[in-house]
Design a protein around this ligand. Structure first.
Ligand code: ADP
Ligand code: MG
Length: 373
């Protein structure tokens, strides 16, 4: 049975619709990540699950129970915020015990739970410290520990790493992954705007955009089979290149003549009636490779960025279109100013018509968004 079921959930503030048509089933034990640009409604969706925001339309079930009107404290959820919200005058142990004391749990039980959580989070040596005597990462661990002791059905995290510096963010991200592994039955919903966090932590990712779900899938499904241009460009860095063109060959494979010259072949199938259709070809920078044969794209390298293991190449197409970015393994100092021909494996060439992948056009967008994986 799914742990969390959202059906046609909507949220509006007065006349402003923030979210609509949200259909989602989250299984027990999953770590689901909501990702999307700032302001797309990630926190709002999480806060509706928590019960901190009223649901304007649709239904929300937790563990088989309709909870639309159930107050936060009775939903069996625990929320970890971006700001740690620890009580500054209480020690780590007191902070972690606080909610249990309020719930009138016995001291023995409280101690047992706190010790166990402290061990899981490697806080056992810090139990008598005050929050000001802890680093940012340690404080975040205490905030997580405070929710673990309550043994909730569902953990909700809202950008828990965004206040940490880059190195600590990576370290804490790995700790959260390990924490999840140590609690395989607990369900976690994790909000971030950082696609690397989403890719590394999630069992499935929900990409939110434009007030709805753009795609749901495992990290690799989103990377390899984006269903629309938004997901194609949101997942992966640098973003997938989109090149306009027209379909000149249909069937099992699709051939596209690019407006900037060059031809791309894709293993995405198309129909006879697609002939001549305006499309965008999507190719990831890392899927482009230099060639002596037929090229998808030939251009002069304007800028190179050597990142060590890879080099980014920037081509400026004619007519002021967006630059095309290639990512080659190794260091290529000699390519700047050179004319380079690039191609890609046809299985790595995506075809988008009206922003939707041709692969998914026979299914309505809502079905795409909610299909079970
Ligand atoms: P995210 O977490 O993805 O950055 P939010 O869920 O915080 O986005 O916000 C989604 C949208 O809802 C934003 O446009 C925001 O301005 C709007 N919003 C959030 N809270 C309120 C509120 N209390 N009243 C009116 N609009 C709000
Ligand atoms: Mg937010």
């Amino acid at each position: 049975m799914a742990d969390l079921v959202l059906k046609d959930v909507a949220k509006s503030y007065g006349q402003v619709n923030v979210l609509s048509n949200i259909d989602l089933e989250i299984e027990k034990g999953e770590l689901i990540v909501f990702v999307g640009p700032s302001g797309c409604g990630k926190s709002t969706l999480l806060r509706m699950i928590a019960g901190l925001e009223h649901i304007t339309g649709g239904t929300l079930e937790i563990d088989g129970t309709l909870v639309n009107d159930v107050p936060p404290s009775q939903r069996g959820i625990a929320m970890v915020f971006q700001s740690y919200a620890l009580y500054p005058h209480l020690t780590v142990r007191e902070n972690m015990s606080f909610a249990l004391k309020i719930a009138k749990m016995s001291t023995a039980e409280i101690n047992e739970r706190v010790e166990k959580a402290a061990k899981t989070l490697q806080l056992h040596n810090l139990l008598d410290r005050l929050p000001k005597e802890l680093s940012g990462g340690q404080r975040q661990r205490v905030a997580i520990g405070r929710s673990i002791v309550r043994d909730p059905k569902v953990y909700l995290f809202d950008e828990p790493l965004s206040n940490l510096d880059a190195a600590l963010r990576v370290a804490t991200r790995i700790e959260i992954a390990q924490l999840k592994e140590s609690m395989p039955d607990s369900t976690m919903v994790y909000v971030t705007h950082d696609q690397v966090e989403a890719m590394t932590l999630a069992s499935r990712i929900v990409v939110l955009a434009g007030g709805g779900i753009a795609q749901v899938g495992t990290p690799l499904e989103l990377y390899e089979r984006p269903e629309n241009e938004f997901v194609a460009q949101f997942i992966g860095s640098p973003a997938m290149n989109l090149l306009p063109g027209k379909i000149t060959g249909t069937g099992e494979t699709t051939t596209v003549a690019l407006d900037a010259g060059g031809t791309a072949t894709s293993t995405v199938p198309s129909r006879a009636e697609d002939m001549g259709r305006a499309v965008n070809i999507g190719v990831r920078p890392e899927d482009l490779m230099t060639t002596d044969g037929p090229a998808i794209f030939t251009g002069t390298v304007n800028i190179t960025e050597a990142l060590g293991e890879v080099t980014l190449l920037y081509f400026q197409p004619q007519g002021g279109a967006d630059p095309i970015i290639g990512k080659l393994q190794g260091i290529h100092p000699d390519l700047k100013g050179q004319q380079v021909a690039l191609t890609a494996d046809p299985s790595k060439v995506h075809v988008f018509a009206d922003t939707q992948s041709l692969l998914y056009r026979d299914r309505p967008i809502k079905e795409i968004a909610t299909k079970a994986h």
